[in-house]
Ligand binder design. Structure first.
Ligand code: NAP
Length: 312
């Protein structure tokens, strides 16, 4: 356990990401005090039952008083509203960050609301599962996963270093990016795959000549992996689509063109084109395994989330 990096950390939103942060903060002793705020009394009660922090409230403004670090882990469409709620209660010099899956839109929503006296440093841990809510979190979620920070042009270097040290203590590897570039990269590596999964599972469930029970019964052959992605939180993904519209539409356009070309190869019986594509894509997977971002195991290296309550 390390020295506490912060006196008080406030977590706003205590779902998969917020509760994973709460667990790792406690395990690593990164704060002397953790206050948890969320919108609904039910979620707050569950966070308290799981002993995820020291104080609990549905009043975000109250929660951030005296906080040195505020981490907002709510669906990206709610980040502006949360910034508005907390703006008047933030301590001068506090670091305010978020974990949202889109960055340009979050900055656009939050920056105008926050006072100049705080350090706003947007971020995005590239770590997650298809589960949501306070029970879904686990302390190891961020280990060896990238966390992308998108500092603003006038971001204070000392605050950036402090936030970077925090994420490193959570197990993350740090990278910096321009917000627009982040959104483009994430559109291809995360947003498009989720949309393809939502679409293919939607198509299968609409089929008339193949029954739903056959789809479920024979799902081991590829379809099952799409259903994992397609089980992701609908609110989160609705917001991602609405808040990274341009980059997602650009990637969908490229995807549709490439799909048409694949269709043509099949129609013309162009085995060489199919073989070349399938070989290239196999190399991409090998590269991901070699980079340590995946293991070569039948379950894709995903272990069941640890759902034990943490001790306060
Ligand atoms: P989640 O499990 O669904 O939890 C969302 C939390 O936000 C809940 O505690 C919810 O509270 C709270 N919330 C929603 N609207 C709110 C509001 N207006 N004010 C205060 N609290 C509010 O979601 P998550 O997976 O942790 O995702 C949180 C953020 O992390 C999202 O921006 C997402 O894009 C990003 N992210 C997700 C993943 C992933 O794989 N899931 C990965 C990286 C980043 P109630 O239950 O009380 O309504």
């Amino acid at each position: 356990m390390s020295e506490p990096q912060f006196n008080k950390i406030t977590l706003i939103g205590i779902g998969l990401i917020g509760s994973s942060l709460a667990r790792v903060i406690q395990r690593e002793g990164l704060a002397k005090h953790v206050t948890i705020a969320t919108r609904s009394p039910e979620t707050l009660k569950r966070a308290e039952e799981l002993q995820l922090g020291h104080a609990y409230t549905t009043d975000s403004a109250e929660a951030v008083r005296d906080a040195d670090l505020v981490i907002i882990s709510v669906p990206v469409g709610s980040s502006g509203a949360v910034a508005r709620q907390i703006a008047g209660s933030l301590k001068a010099g506090a670091i305010v960050t978020d974990v949202g899956s889109t960055k340009a839109s979050v900055i656009e929503q939050m920056q105008p609301e926050l006072p100049d006296t705080v350090h706003f440093i947007p971020g995005h841990p590239i770590a997650g599962t298809e589960y949501s809510g306070p029970d879904a979190g686990f302390a190891d979620l961020f280990i060896n996963r990238w966390c992308i920070l998108t500092p603003l042009p006038d971001t204070d270097k000392a605050a950036l270093d402090k936030l970077s040290a925090f994420w490193e203590a959570c197990g993350s590897r740090l990278d910096h990016m321009e917000p627009q570039h982040h959104d483009l990269v994430l559109a291809i590596v995360s947003h498009l795959p989720h949309l393809i999964a939502y679409n293919i599972v939607g198509t299968a469930s609409d089929l008339e000549r193949v029954t739903k029970s056959e789809v479920i019964k024979y799902s081991a052959s590829g379809f099952r992996d799409f259903t994992r992605l397609a089980a992701s939180d609908p609110t989160m993904w609705r917001d991602v689509c609405l808040h990274n519209k341009d980059a997602i539409l650009e990637m969908l356009g490229r995807f549709s063109e490439d799909l048409a070309s694949l269709q043509r190869s099949i129609r013309w019986g162009d085995g060489d084109a199919l073989y070349d594509l399938f070989s290239r894509t196999r190399d991409v997977r090998r590269g991901i395994i070699d980079a340590g971002q995946e293991v070569d195991a039948p379950d894709f290296g995903r272990q069941a989330a640890v759902k034990e309550p943490v001790k306060s």
